[in-house]
Design a binder for this molecule. Structure first.
Ligand code: CMC
Length: 428
């Protein structure tokens, strides 16, 4: 393949270098387009054809259904390692040795608490507040309580901010849940593993000892791994672009949480369960909802189907579907919602509308079923996703800072009025 691409405008030819990735992905480097063409830019709504950065963290091939973190397949990681090892891998590029992992965990544990005054902010939220709004606000508030966390000029300072956030975000998640459930806050137990401690902080009761259930630990560990990174999606791009102004890590992650909240992104896991419940309440007629999803005059979409990048299948959905069957079996849960989900999946996979548009179940189609079986309320699902995505957001933010990427500042094509003369109010 050639090393350059040529663009011809008004008979004038401009050459631009091609950039090749390690998996032979090719991009046209148009960074000199505007200066060499006297102001011409590209336009690409939704960035469907635009690479915002070079990145060595996550590779995915949407056509082949491949997802790898730092070169390791998602299937291998979901089977062989735990969430904290995956976090280390994403952030620092290698799977940790035993001593690296122990130190990483110890450093996180040392930060697994938040300032008591955070409780006052938490208390000020109404019980009806959506947990993602609370999480985004509290994560942003962490900056105020950890002012030095924005100093990330050395790798050491950056590391301190990273372990702080990995330690504190699970506390915020658990407290957000407990506030909604009217339970006293739990401070966790530093002798436990990362996921075990998160479960204890979420589910312990004030009057009895919390007993770990290995089925829940394994299920949550797997779900967090599957959500840990997904290259330049909406929330990750948000984290990178907010971070590119040198706003601190916590502010950048708070913005990422807000981006994840939307039902077209992470909020889909909540939307899927609500959709399945609606179908169940409406008599379980999946065909009626399939017809609605295909009707262009109906805003209804089959939540949990389709993906911007995966046009074959979502490899995470495959793993999660198997895990959902296993978890429901192990917990002895017989959930009719799962039957509705299976019927919808079968009908969609055989329907030309979905087949032609390459719309397959995505990761969120099944994750909600597992969360529900674990006893997690529906409006907490996206918060679970956020804690899973945290290592990916951190890794991407860190990469952006270490590469000294410039501030993100896209251009636009202006389509508004040209210069107008002012008209006094009495003459309008
Ligand atoms: N139900 C019905 N039709 C759909 C759906 C759906 N879930 N998804 C896409 N389509 C149709 C869409 O109407 C369009 O049809 P046409 O070509 O006739 O106009 C075509 O498929 C292409 O859709 P698009 O909206 O242009 O595709 P996109 O790449 O912009 O959007 C998506 C991707 C994920 C936002 C979209 O598929 C969707 O809204 N899915 C439902 C929400 C969902 O499950 N989101 C979670 C994504 S996975 C978790 C994550 O990584 O955040």
């Amino acid at each position: 393949m050639a090393n350059t691409a040529t663009i011809e405008i008004d008979g004038k030819r401009f050459e631009f270098p091609l950039v090749k990735g390690s998996e032979n992905e090719v991009a046209i480097d148009i960074s000199k387009l505007r200066s060499s063409t006297n102001g011409i830019i590209t336009i690409d709504p939704g960035f469907k054809n635009t690479g915002s950065c070079e990145s060595a963290i996550t590779f995915l091939d949407g056509e082949k259904g491949i997802l790898r973190y730092r070169g390791y397949s998602i299937e291998t990681l979901a089977e062989k390692v735990d969430f904290l090892e995956v976090a280390y891998l994403l952030i620092f590029g290698e799977l940790p040795t035993k001593s690296q992992n122990d130190k990483f965990h110890a450093d996180i544990i040392a930060e697994s608490h938040v300032d008591e005054d955070i409780k006052k902010i938490l208390d000020a939220f109404p019980k009806t507040a959506h947990p993602m709004g609370i999480m985004s606000s509290l994560t942003s508030a962490l900056t105020a309580f950890n002012a030095t966390s924005v100093n990330v000029d050395s790798e050491e300072d950056m590391y301190k901010s990273v372990v702080k956030l990995l330690g504190k975000l699970p506390v915020l998640l658990a407290w957000t849940l407990r506030k909604k459930q009217g339970l006293p806050l739990d401070y966790g137990d530093n002798s436990l593993g990362y996921v075990e401690n998160l479960l204890k902080m979420m589910f312990s009761k004030p009057n009895s000892e919390y007993v770990q259930d290995q089925v829940l630990v394994d299920a949550l560990d797997k779900l967090l791994i599957l959500h840990a990174d997904h290259e330049q999606n909406c929330s990750t791009s948000t984290v990178r672009i907010v971070g590119s102004s040198h706003a601190g890590l916590f502010a950048s992650i708070s913005a990422g949480i807000s981006a994840l909240w939307g039902p077209l992104h992470g909020g889909a896991n909540q939307a899927v369960l609500e959709m399945l419940e609606d179908i169940q309440a409406d008599g379980g007629d999946t065909k009626k909802y399939m017809a609605k999803a295909k009707d262009k005059n109906d805003p209804f979409r089959l939540m949990g189907f389709g993906h911007r990048v995966y046009k074959n299948f979502d490899p995470r959905a495959k793993i999660i579907k198997k895990a959902a069957d296993q978890v429901l079996h192990d917990l002895g849960v017989n959930d009719p919602i799962l039957e509705i989900a299976k019927a919808l999946e079968k009908e969609a996979l055989e329907d030309p509308y979905f087949v032609d548009r390459k719309l397959y179940p995505n990761v969120d189609f099944y994750s909600g079923i597992i969360y529900r079986a674990m006893g997690i309320p529906t409006d907490m699902f996206t918060v679970m996703f956020a804690v899973g995505r945290l290592p990916g957001w951190i890794a991407q933010w860190r990469e952006m800072r270490l590469r000294k990427e410039p501030i993100g500042r896209p251009r636009q094509v202006y389509t508004g009025e040209t210069e107008r003369n002012y008209v006094p109010v009495e003459e309008r």
